[in-house]
Write a protein that binds this ligand. Structure first.
Ligand code: IMP
Length: 187
């Protein structure tokens, strides 16, 4: 019999899903995977992109669903690649970013989780500040090998506790507390 979940995570990225599932399990929420390759709107705002993605995901999934949109914002590059992080990763990748970042290495990783159950999407944002490393370290996915969160000396890829400090953890934590309160109030 098909297992039922509290809600679905719509994405084409299994790495994001497995981190989200592990994080939400700590909040006693079970997360199913809904394979979904969204057509991303062009926008300077990860909030706007996430909201539209969740509306589109709900049309396909027809069940309460969350989607996530992320961006790596590098201060000395005026916030680049920000909402274009996915495209930039596919084109110049981590090696390209390391060539662009010179002395000032401060950066922020943003996550926006958007929940949709057919009504207006509800958004939750998590931000982790840090710096861009001087070279790639560790074997993680995406930008993990070049992002060192504040207070740590290791990159996301080298850390064992990424899922307790990441941008994703912060956004999902806010979502989980809201979802729980909503359930307790019987809505
Ligand atoms: P997206 O547009 O939400 O898929 O994410 C923007 C880019 O950031 C993609 O290339 C993702 O792979 C990357 N990304 C998002 N979250 C993480 C993370 O936790 N670690 C490393 N890369 C990430």
């Amino acid at each position: 019999m098909r297992k039922s979940f509290d809600l679905y995570f719509a994405s084409s990225n299994k790495n994001k899903y497995s981190e989200a599932r592990e994080i939400l399990s700590k909040f006693n929420l079970s997360l199913g995977f809904f394979e979904f390759a969204p057509v991303e709107i062009q926008s300077h705002s990860v909030l706007e992109i996430a909201a539209q993605k969740s509306l589109d995901a709900y049309v396909s999934c027809k069940k309460p669903v969350i989607v996530e949109d992320d961006g790596l914002f590098i201060q000395s590059l005026g916030g680049f690649p920000g909402p274009y992080s996915s495209y930039v990763f596919k084109t110049i990748g981590n090696a390209g970013i390391l060539r662009l970042v010179k002395s000032k290495r401060q950066a922020e990783f943003h996550s926006v989780i958007s929940y949709c159950d057919g009504k207006k999407p509800v958004l939750f944002q998590g931000i982790t500040k840090g710096v861009i490393s001087k070279k790639q370290r560790g074997k993680g996915w995406g930008y993990d090998p070049i992002f060192i969160p504040r207070g740590k000396s290791k990159t996301y890829a080298e850390l064992d506790d990424k899922n307790t400090i990441s941008h994703r953890y912060k956004a999902l934590g806010k979502f989980a507390r809201w979802f729980d309160m909503r359930k307790s109030s019987g809505r």
